[in-house]
Design a protein around this ligand. Sequence first.
Ligand code: GAP
Length: 461
Amino acid sequence: MLEQNLMEKIVSLCKRRGFVFPSSEIYNGFSAVYDYGQYGVELENNIKRVWWKEMVQMNDNIVGLDSSIFMNPKIWEASGHVSGFSDPLSECKNCHSRLRVDHLLTAINIQADEKMSIDEIDKIFFENKKSIKCPICGKNNFTNVKKFNLLVKSNLGNFTEDWSKEPAYLRGETCQGIYVNYKNILDTARVKIPFGIAQIGKAFRNEITARQFIFRTREFEQMEMQYFVHPDDEMKIYEEWREKRWQYYLNLGIKEENLKWHKHEKLVFYAKQAYDIEYNFPFGFDEIEGIHARGKYDLSQHAKYSGVDLSYIDPITKEKFVPHIVETSVGVGRTFLAVLTEAYTEEKIGEEIRVVLKFNKNLAPIKIAVFPLLKNKPELVKKAKEIYDSLKINYMCEFDDNGNIGKRYRRQDEIGTPYCVTVDFDSLEDKKVTIRDRDTMKQERVEIEKLGEWMKEKLTS
Ligand code: GAP
C-alpha cells in the first residue's frame, strides 16, 4: 500500500498541512524552489538545532560561524568552482527538456564520474544513445553534451554595462566561507588543531534537472562542518567522523536498513577518501550527506589566490604545516525529506486509514496540542487556554477548538504532534486532563498540576 506512491502522498501531505509549498505558487510557481510553511519551518529549525547541538554544543573544539552568502568572486576561482563546478548537459531535441547526462547514464547502469572530461562523457553517451530515452517524452534524440556551470551569477555592486563578465556569485556551498574565516577563528577562538568550524546556511546551484521535490533544488540549506587536522591524523579522524555521522542518523530515528554507504571509487586528485551516506528515499537510495577527507587542497588554494599564509604552527612542537580538512556536509532539505519519509505511517483503524507522522519527539513541529472538549463551553475553553498558556512557555503548542475531538486528533497525527491534551467536564471537578499519545493512541488522565513535569519527562527523555 505504501511504497508505490509514497512520494506523491508525502508531497500532498506537505502541501495540505503546511509543511512545504511550491514557491511563487500564485504566479504559477518557480522551478525547483520551495517555501517551508508553518510546520515545515518548525521541522527545519528542529533539524538544524539537533545538528548544531551535535556539532557545536557537544564538542569543545567545534565553533560556529555565519558567513555571508556573497563573497569575493576570487574565492570561487580559488576553489575551482568557476572552471570546474559543472554538470554534463544535453537537450532532448523533441521536447526540449534539459537533462543531466550523468543521470541518464546511471539509469542504464553506466557511471560517469566527476573526473571524466565532457568529450569522454559525450562519447559514452552517443555510444549508448539507442538505449537511452528522454525521461520526459520517451524519445531518444539528443543534442551533444556540453558543460553547464552550476554557479548562480548576480549583478551585485556591478554597475558596468555587461555585468555578467565580472559577476559576484551566490555561494554554491557554505564551506568556502569557513575556509576563508579559518584564520580569523584561529586567531580569536583559542582553538588548537584538531578543531572544527560548523555552519548552517543557504547555498545556490543552477541545477539542470531539479525533480524529486525538495531533494534537489536550486536554493537549499547546507549544514557543513570542516575539521582542521594534522596531516598524519587525517585518515584516523576521518574514520571517527564516519562513525559519528552514521550514529547521528540512527539517533534522528532513521532505521539502519534505510541507510547505506556509497564509496566514491574515483576521487578528485586532492581527495584522500570520500563516502556518502545514502538514505532510502521513496525513489530509492540517494545521497543525504557527504563525508570527505580533502587533504590540504582548500587552504592551499586560498593561500595561493589570496597571498595570505594559512599554515598552522603547533604551539608545542613549533611544527609548521597546512592543516588537512575532514568535511561533513548535509542538506537540511534532504534531511527533512528523509525524516518525513521515515515518519510517514498509515494505519488501518476500522474502515479508516490513519495517517500519522511518527517523528522523533525532538523533531516534531508541535509538541503538544491542547483542546477544550467543546468550543461553546466558556469554562472548558478558559481552562484549556490556561493550560495552553503555561505549556507554550517551554514547548511549541497549538490550541485547537475546531471540530470534533476525533478530527482534531487526526489533524495532529498528520503533523506528528506527540501529545494531545483534552479538557473535559470532569477536568473542572477532578483537576485532571486526558493526554492522548500519538503513537499508541492510548489515553491517560494526569493531574493538571503535574502536567508540566509529565511533559518534561516525556519530551526531554
Ligand atoms: N561542500 C561539499 C558539498 O557541497 P555536495 O555533495 O555538493 O558537497 C553536500 O553537497 C550536501 O548538500 C548533499 O549531500 C546534499 O545533502 C546537499 N545538496 C547538494 N546539492 C543540493 C541540491 N541541489 N538540493 C538540495 N540539497 C543539496
